[in-house]
Design a protein around this ligand. Structure first.
Ligand SMILES: [Zn+2]
Ligand SMILES: [Zn+2]
Ligand SMILES: [Zn+2]
Length: 273
């Protein structure tokens, strides 16, 4: 599998248009890896993980398009992940020469939100399905499993295990410190690449943070996944969903995370799994 990071920021983006902190100012001045659009990613150019507010611009930046996409997986419906209004551009009269349906999977909030956004225009161009956590299913050559995150108060948020050809990706953004039932489920899983969040950096304290991870809870989570065999010697951990509140440029974050064996994602990074 090939995973491409389309966006790697937390909800404000970097730079945050309302902010003049050192991280935002440096991003404006230097550009490059210091500029982060809101988090989304794509597997093999066919399987999209979340739709960020900048999704259309992300595709242009990568000199690609969404015509080959057959599936969208939503983690949850916070606005930085759920730019569902884009679906209308794929409806009859808005998008042309579209010859396959787009499957959309997520929790009940996401699927109801997608249904409402389509406003009856979807026709046979969309297949919307609510999925339950910890229930693997086969889809277009991939095995997909939603696992529960520890993130929002009003919604059961998902992370995703995506398997193909004996390789496994865990897309674990907006996870908080994973709930016990997810650690338990992951005991029987070997992850080759884990995308985990580093939203708070050292902005919040505590080694069991709810909602989002900081450095301490990220490192603790990685250690626990290693100890229970979910992450092995050759597994890679990649940190994404970066907030300016962490007060670090890309290079500074990389310098801090690399001694812990964690790679730092940036917009446009592509990894082979
Ligand atoms: Zn988010
Ligand atoms: Zn800022
Ligand atoms: Zn969120």
């Amino acid at each position: 599998m090939q995973l491409k990071f389309m966006g790697t920021a937390a909800s404000e983006g970097i730079p945050n248009p309302f902010c003049n902190c050192a991280v935002c100012e440096e991003a404006r001045r230097t550009g490059g890896k210091n500029v982060r659009t809101r988090a989304s990613a794509v597997v093999d150019n066919v399987l999209q993980l979340d739709l960020s507010p900048e999704w259309s611009e992300q595709l242009s930046r990568e000199k690609t398009d969404a015509r080959s996409l057959h599936t969208v997986l939503f983690t949850h419906t916070h606005p930085d992940h759920f730019n569902v209004g884009e679906f209308v551009s794929r409806c009859a009269g808005f998008g042309y020469n579209i010859d396959h349906p787009l499957y959309v999977f997520g929790n009940d909030c996401a699927i109801k939100g997608a249904f409402n956004a389509l406003d009856g225009l979807g026709g046979d161009r969309f297949i919307l399905k609510v999925i339950a956590p910890y229930q693997p299913f086969e889809h277009q050559g991939y095995t997909i499993t939603a696992t529960l995150a520890n993130h929002a108060k009003m919604e059961l948020c998902y992370n995703y295990l995506i398997e193909k050809d004996g390789r496994t990706l865990f897309y674990g953004l907006d996870s908080g410190y994973l709930p016990e039932c997810t650690f338990e489920y992951l005991k029987k899983v070997h992850i080759d690449v884990a995308v985990l969040e580093c939203t708070y950096a050292d902005y919040r304290e505590g080694d069991r943070t709810d909602n989002h991870l900081n450095f301490a809870s990220l490192f603790g989570e990685v250690e626990r996944l290693k100890a229970q065999g979910t992450l092995g010697e050759h597994s890679r951990v990649i940190a994404s969903h970066v907030s300016h509140s962490g007060k670090r440029s890309h290079a500074e974050l990389e310098e801090f995370l690399s001694p812990h064996g964690i790679l730092t994602a940036y917009d446009g990074l592509t990894v082979t799994i």
